[in-house]
Design a protein around this ligand. Structure first.
Ligand SMILES: Cc1cc2nc3c(=O)[nH]c(=O)nc-3n(C[C@H](O)[C@H](O)[C@H](O)COP(=O)(O)OP(=O)(O)OC[C@H]3O[C@@H](n4cnc5c(N)ncnc54)[C@H](O)[C@@H]3O)c2cc1C
Length: 431
């Protein structure tokens, strides 16, 4: 860890350091860009990632650049916002400094918005052998693995060896698992017969394993049932009440005693908040989340806040904190921005109140399930709603147009041209 000071000029305004440019951190930085504060935005990547569409990158439906947005472009007109690309490791709350791989940086107010990572529940075999999808790079890796294995399957004579290459197991029946399963089923149905015609596509098995009794446990019963029906209609083997205990030797092992052969196991079974050292132990609660009060202030600290997936705002209504979804992060960021501005005017802060705008998941190209606060619907219209909501949530007009164009093309042709296997080429120095 470097002990040099990170060079950021002091501009005579109180400094808010925001850790993480995800849905929460980015929304807050944008809201504070023209405020009476100096904003320092820190992320390990120089771009914001739109996680809800990772699965489309993994399934070769979208280019990574269309769901990633460069941070410097967002703030090119805001001289009040200072961006540093570095990994944060620790906070020293007594000297009000954070430690990063670039060096040390001081803050007046600190906002932690570093989100969450894949949770393997401490199982080393699963962590080593399953494929997570929590970043654009992991989504791209998954794309390469899927395509690579289809290529290898073409030259594999033994039936069992071939099955290991072409079968895919998805673990976790939340929105990510359901969406990945739907997209893979469509790839099997529409792409494999055209481009890998030597593979008998009937041999490809796609499993979706869910530990609980129903898919999409965060949504209504009717959404769960319909999602299951849509997926089985597409040929996905859905198994509920099936807890995975290990992934090794190219096999998935379940608590019910099943062994499913597969080289590719996509792990979408849970998340755990990213770690930041230096806070009191008693503020770290379930899923490593940081306990905050109704103003997003970390318990016991006046000047440290946490928002989004990393925060647990525990109340009677939400005994485990709010759901870890984009809307919570965005709404908490907006509320915090208003409170920072109120502070400057010596006005009281307002407690956060979550407005649930609903949830949705898409299954393949024509179907989705949507739960709005007063209305639940499924099928084609739900899919159109899903499409519009996700398109408008993307940052930047260029990204919106790129995604729209890709979806349009894909809808009519059932085709995309993104199935490239991109990997480093090892050069021979000596013959
Ligand atoms: C595959 C997938 C699909 C999803 N689909 C949906 C959906 O359909 N609808 C929905 O509402 N939600 C969805 N979510 C959840 C949603 O993306 C999160 O709830 C949301 O991103 C949380 O926002 P955040 O700002 O708290 O964290 P994030 O958006 O995760 O941002 C955290 C940021 O912190 C940075 N960071 C992390 N650690 C460090 C560090 N040590 N140093 C520096 N920077 C760091 C990261 O690079 C990242 O930019 C999905 C998530 C995934 C993974």
């Amino acid at each position: 860890m470097s002990s040099v000071k990170v060079n950021i000029p002091h501009i005579g305004k109180p400094r808010i350091v925001i850790l993480g440019a995800g849905f929460g951190g980015l929304t807050l930085a944008r809201k504070m860009a023209k405020s009476g504060y100096q904003v320092v935005l820190i992320d390990r990547n120089n771009y914001h990632q739109f996680q809800p569409l990772f699965y489309q990158v993994a399934m070769a439906g979208l280019e990574p650049s269309s769901i990633s947005f460069p941070l410097r472009k967002v703030f090119r007109k805001n001289k009040n916002v200072f961006i540093r690309i570095t990994t944060v490791t620790k906070v020293d709350t007594s000297s009000k400094q954070i430690y990063t791989t670039l060096g040390i940086l001081s803050y007046d107010h600190l906002v932690i918005g570093i989100g969450a990572d894949t949770n393997f529940f401490g199982n080393e075999d699963i962590a080593k052998n399953a494929l997570p999808m929590k970043s654009v790079s992991e989504a791209l890796y998954l794309r390469n693995e899927i395509l690579n294995d289809y290529e290898r399957a073409l030259s594999t004579i033994d039936y069992h060896d071939r099955q290991e290459l072409i079968d895919i197991v998805i673990v976790g029946g939340g929105p990510t698992g359901v969406e990945v399963a739907g997209a893979l089923a469509e790839m099997k149905k529409f792409i494999i017969p055209k481009e890998y015609s030597e593979i008998d596509y009937g041999e490809i098995d796609i499993y979706l394993l869910q530990g609980g009794s129903r898919l999409l446990p965060g949504m209504s019963e009717v959404a769960s049932e319909k999602a299951k029906k849509f997926l089985t209609g597409l040929g996905v083997i859905v198994k509920t009440n099936t807890r995975v205990t290990s992934v090794k030797n190219k096999r998935v092992y379940t608590k019910t005693g099943e062994e499913i052969p597969a080289r590719k196991v996509i792990w979408a079974a849970g998340i755990c908040a990213n770690k930041l050292e230096g806070l009191n132990d008693d503020v770290i609660v379930n899923g490593r989340r940081i306990k905050v009060n109704g103003y997003s202030q970390v318990q016991g600290y006046e000047d440290i806040y946490a928002i989004g997936d990393v925060a647990a705002m525990i109340s009677e209504e939400n005994p485990y904190g709010h759901p870890q979804v984009a809307q919570v992060a965005i709404q908490q960021a907006k509320n915090l921005a208003n409170n920072f501005n109120a502070k400057l005017k010596n006005k009281p802060m307002t407690e956060f109140e979550y407005k649930d705008l609903g949830s949705m998941a898409t299954i393949g190209k024509n179907k989705a399930v949507v739960d709005l606060p007063r209305l639940k619907f499924q099928g084609f219209f739900a899919w159109l709603v899903w499409l519009v909501v996700h398109l408008f949530a993307l940052i930047g007009t260029k990204n919106k147009l790129l995604v729209f164009f890709n979806w349009l093309l894909n809808y009519f042709t059932y085709d995309q041209s993104l199935r490239l296997i991109i990997r480093p080429f090892k050069r021979k120095i000596k013959d």
